[in-house]
Design a protein around this ligand. Structure first.
Ligand code: WTA
Length: 633
């Protein structure tokens, strides 16, 4: 699937109603206009937000690839996401509607959310958290997660959210890299009717990375957890203190001051801390959400991602709030207690736009049409997809059974590093199932060969972004060399950004993403690095060496295969196989558990000692081995 672009050339035209009423009814015209003068275009977009002080320069490219946007501008993304709405009628509009997996519900008007954020921001400030300090957040999908993010940003701290599906070592590495003195977590999270023991994992991670001085714990599930005196505090106790007043001054930030670090998997070694800033990120995420999902005041927007990934950062937390939209967030599994959970909630809350991942669509499709058909889904007007290429079967099911052939599907290609949608239709753009269509206005992309020359239509090549954009990552936290090396070195002369994906363009200029060209595996839309899983495996005494690959899978997009060389004294067995899977679950997280572990005596390597994962993959898939000239015997 990820390796095979979905060839269909069927056109799907958006309903006239949608085109006529869209924020951008004419993509071509807006794209051409942005291309003529991108800086003027971005300045106009930025002008739709509030700034404490205007910028002097839209783009400073004097120290490329360390680009700066809206230079000299003073702002704070939380001012645009919350503070300014309190002065308008939106004060009483719903900002967030939330449903927990057990069925409990909460809703927050802009005013209430603003107050909650202020309370917690005051708590953090009183604990000595200052501008530039890093705060790690490790939680399930509960309202306190966006509240903690916004509270940190409000006082100028840099948040680093670690997805709640990661385990000890993954969390410890991220705490260590960010040098966070504060960790915000919960006693647990509900998932499939069970409790994910977040606090236990957090304790172990802090044991491994003792930089954390304070842990703040939200009571979500209510089971007994260990609380270390002097270090651990209950969230509800802190926000009840007199210090936690419902008003809090917003820190004035430079446009280029860091907003957050989000760790993502790369080609090698430890995860990369992708760094985003206040100014450009707020402009780009809000513009893309407004135009691509055509957000209107009457919408109920549901981005079903996790706030722990970039999709949630940009399109659950920041962009919808900046636009003054109403968002919905759900805590748990789509199939709990039955496979109609999502459809039931769409009906109940009158969701108008659903944005999710192909793997979720495929997962729900398996249960058949009867589940969605039991519900009135007529409130929906637009659908969205993200995370991996969507196969035509899933596309058609989504379009027909969920969208009743009325709702265009916005297939958005983007990355943690890009901050927002890069290649995506707008509601007015005719669709082809499986293609993310065309670049967003102001964005220039191409498919090139190894020399950086454009390949002809229909040919596979490397996807590059040709010009800087406001929400681009600014660096890899603490490792500027890695930033340059990873993203900008391959096409240095041309100044192209290397996305790490292969793609092709068809005769109509439509882009078809094929998949990653590096050692990143997309499992159920989650981005994992082979290196992280491999080091999880070799941290077990039985494993001397490990190699991990992604193999295409009907449901998950890719699944993980691991090849392990055992330490002498250990012998292959079913029990060891299970134990290693448990070990990875424990160390890295449930999403990183290999579907299959094979014990081998050797691994194919280049003469310079690099594992040839390409070869392992070809073998696993029964494909030709290709060029093996660099293989050491
Ligand atoms: C893949 C997720 C095809 C791609 C927002 C990219 C996609 C990686 C799509 C980034 C899409 C994301 N079609 N592939 N619509 N969207 N990808 O950083 O390989 O978790 O490089 O960001 O996901 O994953 P990340």
């Amino acid at each position: 699937m990820s390796d095979m672009p979905n060839k269909t050339n069927d056109w799907f035209y958006p309903p006239e109603e949608i085109v006529k009423n869209a924020h951008v009814p004419d993509y071509e015209a807006v794209y051409a206009r942005a291309q003529r003068d991108p800086l003027e275009f971005w300045a106009e977009r930025a002008g739709e937000l509030e700034w404490f002080e205007p910028w002097e320069k839209v783009l400073d490219d004097s120290n490329a690839p360390f680009y700066k946007w809206f230079v000299g501008g003073k702002t704070n993304i939380v001012h645009n996401a919350l503070d300014r709405h309190i002065q308008t009628w939106r004060r009483n509009k719903l900002a967030l509607i939330w449903e927990g997996e057990p069925g409990d519900r909460q809703s927050f008007s802009y005013y209430r959310l603003w107050q909650e954020v202020n309370r917690f921001a005051n708590v953090l400030r009183s604990m000595g958290v200052k501008k530039g300090d890093r705060v790690t957040i490790y939680m399930g999908r509960i309202p306190e997660l966006p509240i903690a993010m916004l509270a940190s940003a409000k006082i100028g701290a840099i948040h680093s959210v670690v997805y709640g599906g990661f385990s000890e070592q993954a969390l410890a590495d991220r705490i260590e890299d960010a040098q966070s003195k504060v960790l915000i977590t919960a006693d647990g999270a509900w998932l499939r009717g069970k409790i994910v023991p977040l606090k236990e994992t957090a304790d172990e991670a802090v044991h491994r990375s003792p930089v954390v001085e304070t842990m703040i714990v939200v009571k979500r599930t209510g089971q007994d957890v260990y609380m270390e005196p002097g270090r651990d505090f209950w969230y509800h106790d802190l926000v009840a203190l007199p210090i936690a007043s419902p008003t809090c001054e917003t820190e004035v930030m430079d446009a280029e001051d860091p907003l957050f670090i989000l760790y993502t998997s790369g080609t090698t070694g430890k995860p990369k801390g992708v760094l985003h800033t206040h100014g450009g990120y707020q402009v780009y995420t809000s513009t893309t959400l407004k135009w691509v999902f055509d957000i209107k005041d009457e919408d109920r927007w549901w981005c079903a991602a996790d706030p722990g990934w970039i999709t949630g950062h940009s399109y659950i937390v920041y962009a919808p709030l900046i636009l003054g939209a109403t968002s919905f967030m759900y805590e748990g599994a789509p199939t709990h207690p039955y496979p109609n959970r999502w459809w039931k909630m769409i009906e109940h809350y009158g969701i108008t736009i659903l944005y999710t991942a192909p793997t979720a669509i495929r997962g729900l499709m398996r249960f058949g049409d009867a589940w969605p058909n039991r519900h009135d889904l007529s409130s929906l007007r637009l659908l969205g997809s993200v995370g991996e290429p969507i196969n035509p079967e899933a596309w058609r099911w989504y379009y027909t059974v969920i969208g009743k052939e009325r709702c265009p599907i916005m297939d958005t290609w983007w990355q943690t590093e890009t901050g927002g949608f890069m290649i995506t239709p707008l509601p007015s753009v005719p669709l082809k199932p499986g293609s993310a269509t065309r670049p967003f206005p102001g964005i220039e992309v191409d498919i090139v060969d190894d020399e950086g020359n454009p390949v002809s239509p229909g040919t596979d090549g490397t996807l590059v972004i040709k010009k800087p954009w406001p929400s681009m990552l600014r660096t890899v936290y603490g490792d500027p060399d890695r930033y340059v090396e990873q993203y900008w070195s391959k096409y240095k002369d041309k100044g192209y950004y290397l996305a790490g994906d292969s793609a092709r363009k068809d005769e109509d200029g439509y882009i078809w993403i094929i998949g990653r060209i590096d050692d990143v595996i997309k499992v159920s839309g989650y981005r994992l690095g082979t290196a992280e899983i491999e080091s999880g495996l070799v941290s077990h005494p039985a494993v001397a060496e490990a190699a991990v690959i992604g193999v295409p899978d009907e449901l998950k997009g890719n699944i993980i295969y691991a090849y392990c060389i055992l330490t002498s004294g250990f012998t292959p067995s079913e029990e060891l196989n299970d134990e290693l899977k448990q070990h990875v679950r424990h160390e890295v997280g449930p999403i990183a558990v290999p579907a299959k572990i094979e014990f081998v005596d050797s691994l194919p390597k280049t003469r310079s000692g690099k594992i040839m994962r390409r070869l392992l993959k070809a073998r696993a898939m029964g494909l030709p081995e290709g060029d093996t000239s660099t293989l050491a015997d």
